[in-house]
Design a protein around this ligand. Sequence first.
Ligand code: OAD
Length: 231
Amino acid sequence: MRGVVLTGAGISAESGVPVFRGDDGLWEGHRVEDVATPGGFGRDAEKVHRFYNARRRRLLEVEPNGAHRALARLAREWPGELTLVTQNIDDLHERAGSPEVLHMHGELLKSRCCLCGAVAACTGDLSRASLCGVCDGIDCLRPHVVWFGEMPFHLGEIERAMQRADWFVSIGTSGRVYPAAGFVLAAAEAGARTIELNLDPGEMSSAFDESRLGPASELVPAWVDEILAGG
Ligand code: OAD
């Protein structure tokens, strides 16, 4: 058996990482065009750095929750092939113990050099004065994240996993951002059983075979118990 799990901001919400949409969501307080596009970075790099520096500091203060831990347990105990894809740029899946995570929107705790392309660990603040540790370039580091208008990472690998999937589970995502929003359609086309676990029905909810509503910290451990019991 082969399974694909897709996670979104909702899985990290109970850890204290804000989601994007809705009351108090990140996109309520910030304009996407300003802080999450290459054009915004070109216009005002320091503003973009401030936005990601604040998110990075916050991430270092929070912990994985029961939903992240349940997926790590699934990876350890399930005998089938598991692909874990996340739209999240946090490292909470890794800290919970998931061995391999496809970060399709990049990783907040990494920087990338716009001159030499080097990707490096990054736990401190970035600014235009930051130096690339590989090419010594200045004013060239950016967060290693995917902005609107840029190509997500790992798409080939994700597509291959989706084509072979027996089941597909989507956790804590509003289904508003493509290509991730379309994964349920690809999975269904491949004949996979599809399940949505979310606090509210996502935009693609009707495309799933089953939708369970509630907090991820409750739904995900219960679903993992089921799968491990052969359900
Ligand atoms: P959104 O903020 O769009 O949606 C979060 C989803 O999580 C919603 O459907 C909520 O109902 C659900 N949710 C909230 N709390 C939850 C909880 N405790 N348990 C379960 N579900 C909960 O976040 P994403 O769908 O992840 O991309 O957003 C997708 C992409 O849009 C992000 O990766 C980001 C953003 O713009 C980029 O920045 C490129």
